[in-house]
Design a protein around this ligand. Structure first.
Ligand SMILES: Cc1ncc(COP(=O)(O)O)c(C=O)c1O
Length: 384
């Protein structure tokens, strides 16, 4: 074999094989769940597994897989997506730091920056990251971090990650991207210039709505060392069984995402044609304001769609309770389709703030049911 014959494995292969070490774990094809807090040594100072808060073989297998999928230097798996977000802030900010925050983010992220971080002397400026002049104007000498969520939850705004990263880096700030809605299959922020990537693995990576988890990925060794140190000290880590569930979910991630993207495109097209729907937010639609940026930096447009119902907030909420195939529940990214009303559910704390969501907005997470059944379900709910 010559050097030119060696090709990088595709994302499908990395998803199935990542974190598997042939010949180890007694030949187990599935990485075992190392349900242990500590590890025996034969001498006091031994280079081996030490203590599960610092490293655990099941969690390490998941981290190895995620590192490969994102093209990162390292990954730290955490107990939730919010734990990964918090770890990112602890690892990059200090008292007096300023953060430029996207104007549409998951409600919990907003809560973190509004309710928790100010007490530690960390403040934010909220900016529409699609306006690069506004991004440049918001970054000042105290800015440690630009927090990107793309596509954003629930308005599906898409930031140009390469352009935002260039603007941040020229001013000495780091960039973290919450890429939960995209997954590493559809978008790899580190290859676009980001320094840190966050996923709520509760969502597509786990994929079955049966685990809560997160991951923080670092683009280079210096950041990786800092993140790992802070994670070890603060105990911001994922449990062995949870790590195993996420790793199992990742094995089918590319296949699930392919079907989910196809179904979501069909549902978005249907909604666009409905007379009671005044707006559809889905970056795969040619008319979406960020379609060109999404097409440039993503290989698919994902499974989250939001739409604005032409009615009152109460009517929108009642519509969510009329579906039979879609389940009324928060979260997203599982095999089952979910519907929810962000203004009263995931984003209930954003009302009256700079990151408020429209009152008639409804968010869908498209799963693996037949798209025809999903469309028929929405049709009867919208007619109701
Ligand atoms: C985009 C995004 N980021 C982060 C989170 C937080 O994840 P977790 O619930 O796993 O803490 C969520 C949860 O819905 C989310 O949608």
């Amino acid at each position: 074999m010559t050097g030119s014959d060696v090709r990088a494995p595709s994302i499908h292969t990395l998803a199935v094989r990542g974190g598997m070490s042939p010949g180890s774990h007694n030949g187990s094809i599935s990485v075992p769940i190392y349900q242990t807090a500590t590890f025996q040594r034969s001498v006091v100072l031994e280079e081996t597994w030490d203590y599960s808060r610092i490293a655990n073989p099941t969690r390490s297998a998941l981290e190895e897989c995620l590192t490969a999928l994102e093209g990162a230097a390292d990954a730290v798996a955490t107990a939730s997506g919010m734990a990964a977000t918090t770890l990112a802030v602890w690892s990059t900010c200090r008292s007096g730091s300023h953060v430029v925050l996207a104007d549409n983010v998951y409600g919990g992220t907003w809560d973190l920056f509004r309710e928790v971080m100010p007490a530690w002397g960390i403040d934010v400026s909220v900016v529409d990251l699609r306006d690069l002049d506004a991004v440049r104007a918001a970054i000042g000498p105290r800015t440690s971090l630009v927090w990107v969520e793309s596509p954003s939850n629930p308005l599906l705004k898409v930031a140009d990650i390469a352009a935002v990263s260039a603007a941040a880096h020229s001013a000495g700030a780091l960039v973290a991207v919450d890429s939960t809605l995209a997954t590493p299959v559809l978008q790899q922020p580190i290859t676009l210039g980001a320094d840190l990537v966050v996923h709520s693995t509760t969502k597509y990576l786990g994929g079955h709505s049966d685990v809560t988890g997160g991951v923080l990925l670092s683009a280079n060794d210096e950041l990786a060392q800092r993140v790992r140190k802070v994670s070890g000290i603060t105990g911001s880590i994922g449990a062995p069984f949870d790590s195993w569930l996420v790793l199992r979910g990742i094995r089918t991630l590319p296949t699930r995402m392919a079907q989910i993207c196809t179904s979501a495109a069909a549902v978005a097209k249907y909604l666009q044609s409905h007379p009671r729907v005044s707006a559809v937010h889905y970056p795969g639609l040619a008319g979406h304001p960020d379609h060109a940026v999404a097409a440039k930096q993503m290989t698919g447009f994902g499974g989250v769609i939001s739409f604005e119902y032409d009615g009152t907030m109460d009517q929108a909420a009642r519509l969510c309770a009329r579906t039979h195939v879609f389940t009324l529940a928060v979260s997203l990214g599982g095999v089952e389709s979910l519907i929810q009303h962000p203004a009263q559910m995931t984003h209930c704390t954003t009302g009256g703030t700079q990151v408020a969501v429209p009152p008639g907005l409804i968010r869908l997470s498209i799963g693996l049911e037949s798209p025809d059944d999903l469309i028929a379900d929405l049709d009867q709910a919208l007619a109701g």
